[in-house]
Design a protein around this ligand. Structure first.
Ligand code: DAT
Ligand code: MG
Length: 151
């Protein structure tokens, strides 16, 4: 499994509800490596680009209002297979259909307040990382316990 990077964002509901530490901890405990982290209130144009694929959907305007309404915690996580694995940790888009044990399954009930975003494929991960982060904001580093997570 190749080492990958993925873009993860805790949405304003997750920040307002005090779930940042809980969510960061799940990715850390899994064994992925944090290579970028910042809190910001994204502009409407940033959110419109980020969710451009959903531009024609009826929920688009509300989604843009919501994401740009308050602080978001934007992150880049690195690891073997992290793109698909993060989607599993996050769970299904509709929180009531997300499995218990997943972030949405454990921490959310409403599709419009589903706490977290994660890139869905290699191409979207690359696009979203470039949209939200400058290259200089990302760290290349080796965790001290690397040899205890992977052969
Ligand atoms: P995901 O976030 O699981 O990748 P998505 O890309 O289909 O899901 O949709 C992006 C976000 O848009 C989703 O997290 C919540 C919102 N959304 C999707 N479908 C919706 C709907 N039918 N009603 C309201 N919000 C919706
Ligand atoms: Mg999506």
């Amino acid at each position: 499994m190749a080492t990958e990077r993925t873009f993860i964002a805790i949405k304003p509901d997750g920040v307002q509800r005090g779930l940042v530490g809980e969510i960061l901890g799940r990715f850390e405990r899994k064994g992925f490596k944090l290579v970028g982290l910042k809190q910001l209130t994204p502009s409407r144009s940033l959110v419109e680009e980020h969710y451009g694929v959903h531009r024609e959907r009826p929920f688009f305007a509300g989604l843009v209002d919501f994401l740009s309404s308050g602080p978001v915690v934007a992150m880049v996580w690195e690891g073997d297979g992290v793109i698909a694995s993060a989607r599993k940790l996050i769970g299904a888009t509709k929180p009531l259909e997300a499995e218990p044990g997943t972030i949405r399954g454990d921490l959310a009930v409403n599709i419009g307040r589903n706490v977290i975003h994660g890139s869905d494929a290699a191409e979207t991960a690359e696009f979203e990382i470039g949209l939200w982060f400058q290259a200089a904001e990302l760290s290349s580093w080796t965790p001290a316990d690397q040899g205890w997570r992977t052969e």
